[in-house]
Design a protein around this ligand. Structure first.
Ligand code: MEV
Length: 416
């Protein structure tokens, strides 16, 4: 491979990441080659025919609760990593992101149908709450020894299309795990006892992905000057107001937030579908689909932003310890707990949303996208190495980022 300016930059970026995170050469190599062997993949899911690599980028400039982070992001979309880094740079001027979170409580649901007296059973179930919690905790002594475990039990009476149901909900402190396995096992363990108490039939026993007891929050203050003036602040506040008023815009607004959250989630080997489901359900919890973030102008004309999002993610268990890249990503991130990981994800989501709204409110989103998009088109046309940048640059200058133009430029080059 010829060493271009870009590849030498990449070498020094590797070194920087290695030094920052204290990575071994093996860990660095795992990043380079993509890490997941066929054997490991086969142990993860069924009918494996290969692995599907996507880029792992590192977002820079993140200062969260006065700690510096390099943030691994696994994502195929151009501009996301750069946008997050850019927003984090603006945030640094005023101390970065301030984040906090609730305890890592997940909810396990047990559905009980055909109760002879659905409205009367609540008391009977709650009378045995202590024993039921003890029974749940017997399923995971390790979690209990780490300070986690089932904390509470609540009962909801649910009118449904199939009649009135009783739902017993176990609240479990999952500590540093995402917790799905533990919570499901605990919910299953309660089934027999609950049938006996209620006289009904237990059907589903499963975690809820609406993790509204496991919330991460982050806030940020961006000086108007960093954004390009008060006009841009107004544009961002108006963009937020648009999302708050309209579900069509709100879905896209939240998609922008999740570009950041999901990329960190995937990079760290967490369950992206769980986080997505939880986030969108949380936005609709009051019956009105609403933005995950809030933006306001303060009395100085600067921009204030908040995010509150359920984050069911872990730093142990699942594939976090099995997938070699997830392990390295967690090391680069340097988080000590699932709570800290959630706070980073919330901050990245807020940064991502800020970057998108700033670009949309100012120059529009396409300018940032175009150079990477042009590089992709050049590569699709068959360009290689330095040719990619050259052809991409011409197409951007000409505002003609098309495959036919890339092919034309490539053939002109080969004839010269
Ligand atoms: C694109 O992946 C995300 C955006 O559409 C988000 C937004 O519109 O806020 C740019």
């Amino acid at each position: 491979m010829t060493v271009t300016r870009q590849s030498s930059n990449i070498q020094s970026f590797y070194k920087l990441v290695q030094q920052f995170a204290g990575l071994t050469d093996d860990e660095l190599n795992a990043l380079r080659v993509g890490g997941l062997s066929f054997d490991r993949a086969e142990r993860m899911v069924e009918n494996v025919v290969g692995v599907f690599p996507i880029p792992l980028g590192i977002a820079t400039n993140f200062l969260i609760n006065n700690k510096d982070y390099l943030v691994p992001m696994a994502i195929e979309e151009p501009s996301v990593v750069a946008a997050a880094s850019h927003a984090a740079k603006m945030a640094r001027q005023t101390g970065g992101f301030i984040a906090e979170s609730t305890e890592p409580i997940m909810i396990g649901q047990v559905q009980i149908v055909n109760c002879p007296d659905p409205h009367g059973v609540e008391k009977s179930v709650l009378r045995e709450k202590k024993e039921l919690i003890e029974l749940a905790n017997k399923q995971d002594p390790m979690l209990v020894s780490k300070g986690g475990g089932a904390r509470d039990l609540r009962v909801r009476i649910l009118p449904t299309l199939a009649g009135t149901m009783v739902v017993a909900e176990l609240l479990v402190d999952c500590r540093d795990a995402m917790g799905a396995n533990t919570v499901n096992t605990m919910a299953e363990a309660l089934a027999q006892r609950l049938e006996k108490i209620t006289g009904g039939k237990v059907r589903l026993r499963i975690i809820s992905n609406l993790a509204d007891k496991r919330l991460a929050r982050a806030r940020v203050l961006i000086p108007k000057k960093a954004l390009g003036g008060e006009e841009v602040v107004d544009g961002i506040v108006e963009a937020y107001a648009f999302a708050a008023a309209d579900p069509y815009r709100c879905a896209t607004h939240n998609k922008g937030v999740m570009n950041g959250v999901t990329a960190v989630c995937l990079a760290t080997g967490n369950d992206t579908r769980a986080i997505e489901a939880g986030a969108h359900a949380y936005c609709a919890r009051n019956g009105n689909y609403s933005p995950l973030t809030t933006w306001k102008k303060d009395k100085n004309g600067d921009l204030q932003g908040w995010i509150e999002i359920p984050i069911a993610a872990g730093v142990i268990g699942g594939i976090t310890a099995v997938h070699p890249i997830a392990k390295v990503s967690l090391k680069i991130l340097g988080v000590r707990s699932a709570k800290e990981l959630g706070e980073v994800m919330a901050s990245v989501g807020l940064a991502q949303n800020l970057a998108a709204l700033r670009a949309l409110a100012a120059e529009g989103i396409q300018r940032g996208h175009m150079s990477l998009h042009a590089r992709n088109i050049a590569a699709m046309a068959g360009a290689d190495g330095k040719e990619v940048d050259h052809i991409a640059r011409i197409m951007v200058e000409e505002h003609a980022i098309r495959l036919d133009r890339a092919k034309e430029l490539l053939s002109q080059r080969s004839h010269n």
